[in-house]
Design a protein around this ligand. Structure first.
Ligand code: FDA
Length: 312
């Protein structure tokens, strides 16, 4: 509880306009920025992706978005996805994935928002499919889950290969998962990045971890394609064991990890013959994403604060 209050406070400070100005003006922080994000332009995201792809990793492009207040933003996000798809394909990257949130494509923009998000999502999925790439829907805070799942159902009726993300932090996920366990269905399992309240979520990190293992076991025993999105060493080991027990081959599941988080583990998984997809965040709201990642890890945040106050 205290932990999550501290994180929220740290996140508030880190996302302030003033801190953004200071960070952008401090060249010595470039190393940290470059470690976690690919910056604002699709072309830069593809350059970063080529480096990882050359090391045997699969790629996932994403534009994490904190604020969306008009249709112009949704249009820009959509066209940036279309651009990254063209650039990545032209650069020879195969089997990449596009990860998008429906709010970032317009879902939250009033009564016409869901239809706008559907239209934009159709454009992104069609462009990805045309070059042999896949697409996966991200999952937002608890109050967006019902609408997101409704839109995912509508999109999957036209594009059955569309993947989705489910969060172990929510008690309801055990029921939501049931519907998506069909053959080769791409289900990304995450712990969940959004606060929950009341009965909707689990109370402790330990309960979330246990829920993750239960959901992962269900996924592994099903015909679906588990996308195991975690950096947690214990969950990675449990995945190895469940893979062994369910006789899955390298192509029957994959790990997914965020760019810059446990990079040595990315290499180790690939070097030991596993599939690892690295999530490459880019777009003009890269700063909010970075602030979120830093406040998740007090040690990294401490390093940033030291750089911020340094006069060198
Ligand atoms: P946990 O947070 O326990 O971290 C395990 C270990 O990983 C830590 O001990 C530390 O070593 C390292 N680590 C984790 N985060 C770090 C950080 N920021 N900086 C440095 N080290 C760190 N969530 C969501 O709600 N909706 C979504 O759609 C998605 N999508 C998504 C896609 C992909 C590909 C990934 C990998 C993650 C998401 N998430 C998400 C985020 C997810 O819910 C979760 O918040 C993070 O993955 C962190 O949880 P872990 O499972 O890694 O465990």
């Amino acid at each position: 509880m205290r932990d999550s209050l501290m994180r929220r406070a740290a996140h508030k400070v880190a996302t302030s306009q003033r801190v953004e100005e200071v960070v952008t003006g401090k060249p010595q922080l470039a190393e940290i920025v470059d470690r976690f994000t690919a910056g604002d332009h699709p072309a830069k995201a593809v350059v970063v992706a080529l480096d990882r792809y050359g090391k045997g990793m699969d790629i996932c492009f994403a534009q994490p978005l904190a604020h969306i207040d008009d249709r112009g933003v949704a249009e820009r996000v959509t066209s940036d996805y279309l651009e990254v798809i063209q650039l990545a394909s032209a650069a020879g990257i195969k089997r990449f994935d596009i990860s998008f949130s429906l709010p970032s494509l317009g879902m939250v923009l009033g009564s016409g928002g869901p239809q706008l998000a559907l239209d934009n999502a159709r454009r992104v999925i069609a462009a990805a499919t045309a070059v042999g790439a896949t697409a996966t829907v991200e999952m937002g805070p608890p109050e967006q889950v019902d609408l997101t799942l409704d839109l995912v159902r509508a999109l999957r009726a036209e594009h059955p290969a569309l993947g989705l993300t489910l969060q172990a932090s929510l008690r309801r996920t055990v029921n939501d998962l049931d519907e998506f366990l069909s053959e080769r269905n791409r289900v990304r399992l995450v712990k969940g990045a959004h606060p929950t309240s009341g009965d909707e979520g689990w109370d402790t990190n330990h309960q979330i971890d246990r829920a993750y293992v239960r959901l992962l076991r269900t996924l592994m025993e099903s015909p679906a394609l588990p996308l195991v999105a975690t950096h947690d060493p214990r969950l990675v080991s449990i995945t190895h064991e469940l893979v062994r027990r369910s006789h899955r081959t390298k192509d029957d599941y994959e790990f997914q990890m965020l760019m810059g988080i446990r990079p040595l583990e990315h290499r180790r998984l690939v070097d030991t013959g596993r599939r690892l997809r690295v999530y490459i965040p880019y777009g003009d709201q890269w700063f909010d994403y970075l602030a979120h990642q830093l406040t998740e890890q007090p040690r990294t945040l401490g390093k940033v604060v030291r750089q911020l106050v340094s006069r060198r």
